[in-house]
Design a protein around this ligand. Structure first.
Ligand SMILES: Nc1ncnc2c1ncn2[C@@H]1O[C@H](COP(=O)(O)OP(=O)(O)OP(=O)(O)O)[C@@H](O)[C@H]1O
Length: 418
């Protein structure tokens, strides 16, 4: 068996939640016979081990306990119950600002951080140039960090964490603050780390990075460890957690199994600011995005099939309605889409109150990232173009990919070198 770097044994973190601040005081003074708080489990009986050389990702919805877990591993927080064992020097990038003194300059903070991790002044001096170069924030390195933007801050924090040569690197979402070039530089360092057999534990909401870098993934939900396994399996399970579709026996927690089977769209994450317009002679009354296993989800793994379905109710007799969808990037550029006219599939004429279900099935080969989906039902009446109903930017589509592509679309080239 490989050497263990981190062992988490039956950890729970319980917070006491008081209704009023005075209840906390009463409790502290022992002047109330009643229990004045409720217990909130940020983590509940969590156990797992991480071996040396593994890159492990932690995923879960907001509030599932990811940061709490990392803080317990790094010693910033104490667990209420259970044991944590760590073998190796940890360098951690937790919340922005943790471990930094706002009044000190960048350079002074490098020394402060290095000393906290357990390095001597001389060891830090040897690393200083690498750190300054990696951070690449110009003369700001000599200014107090309170003058830094959040991007500069994360640059410096990451530069320290990564160049100080830790045995275990722990990163909590911090990378999302930096710009894409800096992120790329950090991920390159991650790869170097992996090659050198170091242990990495990281939390991210970016499922593509999780798929790309992690040997193993741990899925948390409401403080419970739901499962651990390959990135692909855990991402599939996470998609169910996101839309409350997880089986009770599978999740060991108390998600209420919502009974929203009647409408597909209720199981998607919908844009609250959708622009819905048209003359409503036809209405998109429901729609769903289905992955290759039939789950309704906003998240798709690149290279697999996804099906878009919509139900349209007709409030008038319409000749040759056109059903359409468009996928845009977050800057609003139309990337792709199609409609039933282009595809030469149609309904000749509709009657009032008729409901038609349309489905578009395709492989998703878009670059990993976030996209927006728009739906429409349009047509021509007396030669004029008519919008019956459009749902503009109705929901996001997240494409999860463990392989980069140049531009938007992966042509799946077969490459040979002779
Ligand atoms: N100091 C605190 N007092 C009370 N409850 C807390 C405290 N800190 C965290 N919690 C609760 O513990 C739970 C886990 O929080 P945690 O920050 O670990 O979640 P997370 O998975 O990191 O979430 P996110 O993805 O939003 O960062 C949440 O329900 C949160 O409200």
């Amino acid at each position: 068996m490989k050497d263990v770097a981190i062992k988490i044994d039956d950890i729970s973190k319980i917070y006491k939640l008081y209704q009023k601040p005075t209840d906390r005081l009463k409790e502290a003074l022992g002047i109330s016979k009643k229990l004045l708080y409720t217990e909130h489990y940020a983590l509940k009986n969590v156990s797992f081990s991480i071996h040396k050389g593994e890159t492990v990702g932690i995923i879960g919805t907001n509030g599932s306990g990811k940061s709490t877990l990392l803080k317990i591993i790094t010693g910033v927080l104490n667990a209420s119950k259970g044991n944590t064992t760590v073998h190796g020097r940890i360098s951690a990038l937790l919340e922005l600002g943790a471990g930094f003194n706002m009044e000190y300059t960048g350079i002074e903070n490098i020394y402060l951080n290095g000393t906290m991790i357990g390095f001597t002044r001389e060891e830090i001096e040897n690393k200083l140039n690498d750190i300054i170069q990696f951070a690449d924030i110009g003369d700001f390195i000599n200014q107090p960090v309170k003058t830094y933007s959040s991007g500069m801050f994360v640059r410096l924090a990451f530069a320290v964490a990564i160049n100080i040569n830790p045995e275990i690197l722990i990163v909590d979402e911090a990378l999302s603050v930096g710009d894409v070039f800096f992120q790329a530089k950090c991920y390159k360092k991650f790869e170097e780390f992996k090659e050198r057999g170091k242990t990495i534990l990281f939390v991210s909401h970016d499922l593509s990075s999780i798929a790309k870098y992690c040997d193993r993934v741990i899925l948390l939900n409401r403080g419970n460890l739901v499962a651990e396994g390959s990135a692909a399996d855990m991402i599939d399970l996470y998609k169910k957690v996101l839309v409350n579709q997880l089986d009770d026996e599978n999740q060991k927690s108390d998600i209420v199994k919502t009974n929203m089977q009647d409408q597909w769209k209720n199981r998607l994450i919908i844009n609250p600011n959708t622009n819905s317009y048209g003359n409503y002679l036809a209405e998109i009354i429901d729609f769903g995005l289905f992955d290759d296993k039939g789950n309704i989800t906003n998240n798709f793994i690149k290279g697999r099939t996804f099906t878009l379905k919509m139900k349209v109710k007709f409030n008038a007799e319409i000749q040759d309605p056109i059903f359409a969808f468009t996928i845009k990037d977050l800057r609003g550029t139309e990337i792709t889409g199609t409609n039933s006219m282009i595809e030469k599939i149609g309904v000749l004429k509709t009657q009032i109150d008729m409901v038609k279900e349309i489905s578009f099935m395709q492989k998703i080969d878009l670059q990993g990232g976030e996209y927006l989906l728009s739906l429409g039902c349009t047509g021509y009446r007396a030669g004029d173009f008519d919008v019956y109903h459009r749902l503009y930017d109705i929901c996001n589509i997240t494409v999860i990919s463990d392989k980069n592509t140049i531009g938007y679309y992966d042509m799946n080239s077969i490459v040979n070198i002779k």
